[in-house]
Design a protein around this ligand. Structure first.
Ligand code: NAP
Length: 230
């Protein structure tokens, strides 16, 4: 059955592949990105799927823009809300050289924005709807054997805490929530040495989401369906 899926950070990388795959399967997709008028891949997809793809401008560093997204949705409900947009922050910064100014922008996009996104759109999620929050294994405290990456790791650990709370708060509404690790994926963030393609990652995460229900809500899954320890 056709679903309505909203995806943030939809112009490239993993977000763009989510758009491609959900459209290819006949779903309706609302693709959010900072500058739709410059999002060439999305514009080409919109030409090919004029009745099932909408592009909406959304800079997650500007929370006031969520009001515009809500207005765009009007009375529409969502079956799946994918909070995908994220930033790594400055790379390769060792302990001892953490820059205080870099902290807030990473937290704004990776932590606060997904929470505000779900909060703003919660009344568009009806019973059976699902929320996917793109986290990272780097946010797993148990899995951290290499240290470093302070801002990114902290942001994804905080996102995990938010996802768990959302799963509790939205359960009464019949909405399930998953924290997803997409794998190490060949994107601008993952880099060319990453292990898997966006196609493999997104196919796996879609399978996880298909099987997600209220029993599995509030858990942290790898793209292959295995559970990741907090
Ligand atoms: N790639 C990996 O190996 C990997 C591993 C673990 C987790 N993840 C997570 O998976 C998600 C997607 O990653 P990716 O690899 O596809 O990254 P990517 O290629 O760097 O793409 C990031 C996406 O987020 C968007 N974005 C960044 N800041 C934004 C903002 N302020 N407002 C709106 N959109 C914003 C970017 O839009 P612009 O083009 O406008 O910048 C882009 O669409 C992220 O949450 C990431 O942390 C990725």
């Amino acid at each position: 059955m056709s679903q309505t899926v909203l995806i943030t950070g939809a112009n490239r990388g993993i977000g763009l592949e989510f758009v491609r795959q959900y459209l290819a399967d006949g779903n309706r997709v609302i693709a959010c990105c900072r500058q739709p008028e410059q999002a060439e891949a999305l514009l080409a997809l919109a030409e090919a799927h004029p009745s099932t793809l909408d592009l909406v401008a959304l800079d997650l560093g500007q929370p006031e823009q969520l009001t515009g997204l809500k207005a765009f949705l009007g009375g529409q409900s969502l079956d799946l809300l994918i909070s995908n947009a994220g930033v790594y922050g400055p790379k390769g910064v060792p302990f001892g050289q953490i820059d205080a100014d870099a902290f807030a922008p990473v937290m704004a996009v990776n932590v606060l924005a997904p929470l505000l996104l779900v909060q703003t759109l919660a009344d568009h999620l009806s019973s059976g709807a699902k929320v996917a929050l793109l986290s990272s294994k780097m946010g797993s405290i148990t899995d951290n054997g290499s240290g470093g990456s302070y801002l990114y790791r902290a942001s994804k650990s905080a996102l995990n805490a938010i996802g768990k709370s959302l799963s509790v708060d939205l359960a009464g509404q019949g909405v399930s929530v998953a924290l997803l690790h997409p794998g190490w994926v060949q994107t601008e963030m993952g880099g060319p040495n990453a292990l898997i393609t966006t196609q493999t990652s997104v196919m796996g995460m879609r399978r996880v989401l298909e099987h997600l229900d209220l029993c599995g809500s509030g858990r942290f899954f790898n793209y292959d369906g295995t559970e990741i320890p907090w």
